[in-house]
Ligand binder design. Structure first.
Ligand SMILES: Nc1ncnc2c1ncn2[C@@H]1O[C@H](COP(=O)(O)OP(=O)(O)OP(=O)(O)O)[C@@H](O)[C@H]1O
Ligand SMILES: [Mg+2]
Length: 391
């Protein structure tokens, strides 16, 4: 469930006074929809993709079957039933039907509200425990997005499972060439075949790079992009369920669906060189994204190929972009040939200052992830033991 959406709670209970008390208490947790009957409650649940459904225990078998069907069709909906003392068989039937909790009669409104609050909190945790997505973008082509995405994926794989996704506007993605890999197929092809976008399915279409990370192509055909728009949240969910770190090579975000990837990213890395054209275009891109709303996280600036095309200084670039510089990657003479041969600088030149800078960036990202996990899990962040690799 999206953290920004208000959860919908569907309530059906025969006692009007208890219903009033419940509605007052539950309103603090979400939008309460009241139903007069079980069929009405099920209809509201389906229409609203409700986070919670609270209903009287249906005494007809047919209605209990309908309740079980709703629970199966909407696995994210937590189902509660109001019931008096129940025989063992009845409890077992409810558990099998996917009911999460039985709320005793007569209704104790504050206790019911607590149970719903716990269920909502538990539902919110898995999303927040998922891996982080890092979108790599630029305002100008050729500044080093693909090189950074690949090498950052390799550097992050030392801290946890990492996947690099090619999301450059189709058909211009070059990740397969740079990673020296033949990916079995794109995610768009799975979507076209109406296959469920689940972690297991994605794992099968990912290619394994010898440096320890996985590589996924989002699409290949220019027509794929529009088709992918509605599937994108599911794609990102599946990727972040598969890997602690999902590096998305967006390049120039010219398509609406690429902007969606930026909006949903845990962190956006904006790559530029110190050339006027690259700096100016990045500035325009950052302004455009800011104008699109606060949904975009402020990007972290990565300066690439410094010392070579140094028309501007690092301070000047930071000033012009109005943001601090997250990483400075020096010019690396041998880079071009390496990319063509599908070699990772990180692997073949472990001592290069460029490699050291990318590893440092990966270390900072991994530290942020550990800190986030500690906060979500409520465990203390006091140990300076380096922590264990995330997820
Ligand atoms: N730090 C660097 N030093 C020297 N060459 C570099 C450096 N970073 C990238 N390059 C070279 O610049 C070229 C462009 O790099 P890359 O393909 O990663 O950029 P890109 O932003 O993904 O480009 P595109 O717009 O085509 O997607 C490549 O030949 C690469 O080897
Ligand atoms: Mg590229």
């Amino acid at each position: 469930m999206d953290a920004t959406t208000v959860p919908c709670i569907v309530l059906q209970h025969a006692d009007a006074a208890a219903c009033e008390a419940l509605t007052r208490g539950l309103s603090a947790l979400g939008r309460v929809e009241r139903a007069g009957s079980l069929p009405h409650a099920l209809e509201l649940t389906a229409l609203n993709a409700a986070a919670c459904l609270l209903v009287d225990l249906p005494d007809e078998r047919r209605q209990r079957t309908a309740l079980a069907q709703i629970a199966a069709a909407y696995p994210r909906t937590r189902v509660f039933v109001f019931a008096g003392a129940l025989p063992f068989e009845a409890v077992r039937e409810l558990l099998r039907a996917g009911v999460r909790d039985v709320l005793p009669l007569p209704v104790d409104a504050p206790a019911c509200v607590d149970a719903v609050r716990d269920a909502l909190a538990a539902a919110a945790v898995p999303g927040r425990l998922r891996g982080m997505s890092l979108a790599v973008m630029a305002g100008k082509g050729g500044v080093g997005c693909t090189t950074l995405a690949l090498n950052l994926g390799a550097a992050l794989s030392a801290h946890g499972a990492a996947t690099v996704v090619d999301a450059d506007a189709p058909p211009f993605g070059t990740l397969g060439v740079a990673g020296d890999l033949d990916s079995d197929g794109t995610i768009a092809r799975l979507v076209r075949r109406r296959l469920p976008i689940e972690p297991g399915v994605l794992r099968q279409s990912a290619a394994a790079h010898r440096a320890g990370f996985s590589l996924l192509g989002l699409w290949g055909d220019p027509d794929d992009a529009a088709e992918m728009e509605s599937a994108m949240p599911a794609v990102l969910d599946a990727c972040t369920a598969l890997s602690s770190f999902v590096v998305v090579d967006v390049g120039r975000p010219v398509l609406p669906v690429q902007r969606l990837l930026l909006r949903r990213a845990s962190q956006v890395l904006a790559v530029t060189t110190l050339e006027l054209a690259a700096l100016r275009n990045l500035q325009r891109l950052v302004e455009t994204l800011a104008a699109e709303g606060a949904a975009h996280a402020a990007p972290a600036i990565v300066l690439n190929r410094t010392a070579r095309e140094a028309s501007y200084g690092i301070e000047q670039a930071a000033g012009a972009l109005g943001r601090p510089i997250a990483a400075v990657l020096p010019y690396a003479e041998t880079m071009r040939a390496r990319l063509d041969r599908g070699e990772l600088v990180l692997e073949v030149e472990p001592q290069h200052p460029w490699t050291a800078a990318v590893r440092r960036l990966a270390g900072e990202i991994a530290a942020r992830r550990r800190e986030h996990l500690r906060t979500v899990l409520g465990v203390s962040g006091g140990h300076a033991d380096g922590g264990s690799p995330g997820g």
